[in-house]
Write a protein that binds this ligand. Structure first.
Ligand code: HEC
Ligand code: HEC
Length: 281
């Protein structure tokens, strides 16, 4: 008799516990998709936390990061366009100034070792210094930004949640921005669900296109990331502002007109990535 009651009671208790565990178990902040290689970002140096990602998101959309408090990272990296800015081949920054290049799409950054069309930066944590200081993008300095953030009511609290104390430092700001950007993983398109055998299928035309891309494009845009993150000259004619890409950084003749291979993920919304259309003002 005792046993008869104990078993159902134990079962119910287990079910309730299972419910609470599943309800409280949060999805990991960065899921490495099963068909992807290992990420290369040094997560041990900057582990993702929920509060860190949240702070990074707030900072990404924070206009105080620009000199006149009008431009945020999100002004150019717009989510609906695969984190690019549409409408101008050469993106527009502070005071509607024309920048030198087109905004790069942001996705799967944890798999990339070099950043920028010309690969000038080798550490994602340092990249935000480029747009922050560029006079056509945000035209601001890190010390000024930190001072502005310290005047805001919410930031000390957000920094405490993310890093354990209220100090607002450059290192923390940059790490939080990376944490947010690292969560921008593109791995759930119909292509992904088809290759993972999750029920999605290709139409005959799509299948033919897939084979064509494997044959003709995978030297630079290999699956599953659709970029090898290398720098290549794809033979596009000279741009209006004669942007020579990686040559600007290395000054090696062989690097003239080499640009970072962009991913073909989200390509329906990211074009154009090149600088061929209009000239700088
Ligand atoms: C005025 C528009 C503009 C703003 C504002 C801007 N970006 Fe960008 N972003 C660009 C452009 C243009 C590039 C390509 C730069 C180059 O190659 O010279 C780029 C490239 C990048 C890349 C490199 C991506 C890759 O795959 O190599 C990252 C990361 C990035 N931006 C993050 C940020 C962050 C974080 C901020 C805010 C602090 C920001 N951007 C603000 C336009 C902008
Ligand atoms: C030799 C390396 C190389 C090969 C091969 C190559 N590409 Fe690219 N691709 C690039 C580079 C580099 C860029 C960026 C060029 C720029 O912006 O000036 C690019 C850009 C693109 C873009 C623009 C992406 C965007 O976000 O707007 C598309 C689309 C594209 N390639 C498709 C293809 C297709 C389809 C093939 C095969 C038929 C192919 N590429 C073969 C190197 C290559």
């Amino acid at each position: 008799m005792k046993l008869k009651i104990t078993i159902p009671v134990t079962l119910v208790a287990l079910l309730i516990m299972a419910f609470f565990f599943s309800a409280h178990q949060k999805a990991p902040l960065l899921n490495v998709p099963s068909h992807f290689p290992k990420p290369v970002y040094p997560f041990e140096r900057n582990p993702l936390t929920e509060a860190g990602v949240e702070l990074g998101r707030t900072l990404f959309y924070e206009a105080l990061l620009s000199k006149d408090n009008t431009m945020s990272c999100g002004s150019c990296h717009q989510q609906a366009s695969g984190f690019t800015q549409q409408g101008h081949a050469l993106s527009r920054g502070i005071n509607d100034l024309s920048t030198k290049r087109n905004t790069m799409p942001l996705a799967n950054l944890a798999w990339s070792r070099h950043f920028g069309w010309d690969g000038r930066i080798h550490d994602l944590d340092l990249f935000p210094m480029v747009p922050i200081q560029n006079e056509t993008e945000m035209d601001e300095s890190l010390p000024n930004i930190l001072e502005k953030l310290r005047q805001e009511r919410d930031y000390p609290n957000l920094f405490t949640k993310a890093f354990g104390s209220p100090e607002i430092t450059g290192e923390r700001l940059l790490k939080a921005l990376s944490q947010f950007m690292l969560t921008m993983v593109s791995a759930n398109s119909r292509y992904d669900r088809a290759v993972r055998n999750e029920g999605a299928t290709f139409t005959p035309d799509e299948r033919a296109g897939w084979i064509l891309v494997e044959r003709k494009c995978s030297g630079c845009h290999p699956e599953p990331l659709f970029t090898d993150f290398s720098f290549r000259n794809n033979g596009l004619s000279k741009t209006a502002n004669d942007d020579q890409g990686q040559f600007d950084i290395t000054l090696k003749n062989d690097d003239r007109y080499k640009f970072k291979v962009p991913t073909l993920r989200n390509v329906a919304v990211t074009a154009p990535t090149c600088t061929t259309v209009d000239s700088p003002r």
